[in-house]
Design a protein around this ligand. Structure first.
Ligand code: DAT
Ligand code: MG
Length: 150
């Protein structure tokens, strides 16, 4: 079982596509472990995207992600990191396979709708940045008949 950080970015909120994005990930089989509608601070944006800090698009990326509220999600399931990345599609929507979120719903690399962590290590780092432990639901500790075997 893995958890990954998903962000429905400002363009997803502005275009009214948040439900569509979450719905696609849920229908794929991932479940929501945390969710919040929030404004990303400049400090959080810079930390989240620090691997890109030397790139020419970094300033624009930070402006974009802090421009209006986003929806942050922790999604979980078996191989959640890779499953989410495949469902999201390639970084540049021009190269994203039709059927993927970016391949169906986006045209521009600078407005590509959604973030998904690129590795388990990134997921842990990014989830810590966006969620407190008390904001994530622990399905294993629940008595409900959840869909994944333990
Ligand atoms: P991903 O979001 O698929 O993990 P990434 O980590 O390489 O992609 O880059 C983070 C974001 O930065 C990406 O979603 C959009 C933006 N970005 C990446 N490369 C870019 C480029 N060449 N020009 C403009 N924006 C870019
Ligand atoms: Mg990335």
């Amino acid at each position: 079982m893995e958890r990954t950080l998903i962000l429905a970015k400002p363009d997803a909120v502005q275009r009214g596509l948040v439900g569509e994005l979450i719905g696609r990930l849920e229908r794929r089989g991932l479940r929501i472990a945390g969710l919040k509608f929030m404004r990303v601070s400049r400090a959080t944006a810079e930390e989240h995207y620090k691997e890109h800090s030397a790139k020419p698009f970094f300033a624009g990326l930070v402006e974009y992600i802090t421009a209006c509220p986003i929806v942050a999600l922790a999604m979980e399931g078996p191989n959640a990191v890779d499953i989410a990345r495949a469902t999201i599609g390639a970084t540049n929507p021009a190269n994203a396979t039709p059927g993927s979120i970016r391949g169906d719903l986006a045209v521009s690399i600078g407005r590509n709708l959604i973030h998904g962590s690129d590795s388990l290590a990134s997921a842990k780092r990014e989830l810590d940045l966006f969620f407190g432990i008390d904001e994530l639901f622990d399905y294993q500790r629940s008595a409900e008949p959840w869909i994944f075997e333990s």
